[in-house]
Design a protein around this ligand. Structure first.
Ligand SMILES: [Zn+2]
Ligand SMILES: [Zn+2]
Length: 84
């Protein structure tokens, strides 16, 4: 699993959501809560957040199996956001 810890900005992000909003500014939407993100990079990035790995893997498998949207090319990632 990839881990996102830091990126080049001076803000102190308190939640995975604000971190990802800033780190991936062209994302279409972020939904859910938690610090494990399923990111679909297809066309415009879309992100769902999950509180645990089991749910995140289940969500990824679902979009792997059924496609995430109109222009899916199977670029789906699970990323853990660690904010200190
Ligand atoms: Zn930032
Ligand atoms: Zn996709």
């Amino acid at each position: 699993m990839k881990i996102y810890r830091k990126h080049y900005c001076l803000k102190q992000h308190k939640t995975a959501r604000t971190f990802l909003k800033c780190a991936i500014p062209r994302n279409a939407w972020i939904s859910g809560t938690g610090n494990i993100a399923v990111i679909a990079w297809c066309r415009v990035p879309t992100i769902t957040l999950w509180g645990n790995e089991v749910d995140a893997y289940r969500a990824k498998k679902m979009i792997d199996d059924s496609a995430c949207g109109g222009n899916c090319n199977r670029r789906h990632d699970i990323v853990k956001v660690e904010i200190s």
